[in-house]
Design a protein around this ligand. Structure first.
Ligand code: TYD
Length: 239
């Protein structure tokens, strides 16, 4: 335990949540685990590609992946979550956790153990933001379920792409004809999701970066690179 509490002055209610999700096992994996988070229409998928391209050009061995749907089983779970019928909030939370459990065990942890850089589109914080902030499920319980599913694996860095949900959803509307089950939720839901992402980032600033995702693609990509670059020295996967 550190002598001083690095989170002093932070949101009390989220501190036990973060404690429940921390504690990476096995103790040290050689690679670097970077997660991009944000609301619907925040441009994450584009930024995952941009970041991976930049990292590869710099000689890193990169795996890009996503939740939900980063595995074959996960693709089926994703279909139920996004395009199936009505789901009770706890069933929804458990399906995201099931997707995560298999994804972490079969994709993320092996890549990190091999010293690779894993860039993941969404992770535990999406559960805390959507099923917690959005659906109103209890944060500590969600953290316990997600932490268990992920075997305590915590990202080295989580980059939150922050944008006003009204703007982000308008962007999504322009790109797609049929919004998925989560995108159909009202603006207040998406506003609560955004607030929860920001609260999580504020509660552990050492392992988060918040980026202004209203900016243009190149500007956002640059902000993401600035956040990731200092972490790269820690990986053994660099060429
Ligand atoms: P995403 O793949 O980012 O959607 P898209 O590529 O269509 O923009 O995420 C799918 C949806 O799942 C998104 O609305 C957020 C939601 N989600 C949760 O509610 N909880 C979770 O734990 C995760 C990982 C995603």
């Amino acid at each position: 335990m550190p002598a001083t509490n690095p989170r002093s002055g932070l949101t009390d209610s989220l501190t036990p949540v973060l404690d429940a999700t921390e504690g990476r096992e096995p103790p040290e994996l050689a690679g670097l685990f970077v997660v991009l988070e944000g609301g619907d229409g925040s441009g994450k998928s584009t930024q995952v590609s941009e970041l991976a391209r930049w990292l590869r050009a710099d000689g890193h061995d990169v795996v890009t992946t996503r939740e939900p749907g980063g595995t074959a089983a996960g693709a089926s779970i994703r279909e139920v979550l996004l395009h199936g019928g009505d789901l009770a909030p706890r069933a929804e939370a458990l399906l995201y956790a099931a997707d995560r459990a298999h994804h972490v065990a079969s994709v993320v942890t092996p890549a990190l153990a091999a010293g690779r850089v894993v860039v993941c589109d969404r992770y535990v914080d999406s559960t805390l933001a959507y099923q917690g902030g959005g659906r109103g499920l209890e944060a500590g319980e969600l953290a316990a379920i997600s932490g268990w599913a992920a075997q305590g694996l915590v990202p080295d860095l989580t980059v939150v792409l922050d944008v006003d949900p009204a703007l982000a959803l308008a962007r999504t509307d322009r790109l797609r004809e049929a919004p998925d089950r989560l995108e159909r939720e009202p603006l207040a839901f998406h506003a609560a999701v955004r607030e929860r992402f920001l609260a999580l980032a504020a509660a552990a600033p050492a392992r988060y970066a918040v980026v202004d995702a209203a900016a243009g693609i190149d500007d956002v990509a640059q902000q993401v690179r600035v956040a990731v670059e200092p972490r790269l020295a820690a990986t053994t996967g660099a060429a």
